[in-house]
Design a protein around this ligand. Structure first.
Ligand code: ZN
Length: 72
């Protein structure tokens, strides 16, 4: 589990400068940006907050995200 405290401070790196970039936790495995729809995987309990990584999943609907996320 990713700690609640960490989740509360994490923001989408793409959006945080101009918007809230708030993230919604999906099945303890993904963080979904409510502004741009990028989806950041949580791998080994570490959120991978890379814009490139979020880009890869931006077009995938939340229901179709693999759980657990694929390792690189
Ligand atoms: Zn975003």
């Amino acid at each position: 589990m990713v700690s609640k405290e960490l989740l509360e401070i994490l923001r989408c790196p793409n959006c945080v400068r101009e918007k809230d970039g708030l993230l919604n936790l999906h099945r303890d495995a993904w963080l979904v940006c409510q502004d741009c729809g990028r989806k950041y995987p949580i791998v080994d309990e570490i959120p991978v907050m890379l814009i490139d990584e979020g880009d890869k999943w931006a077009a995938t609907s939340v229901e179709d995200l693999p759980v657990p996320p694929p390792m690189k």
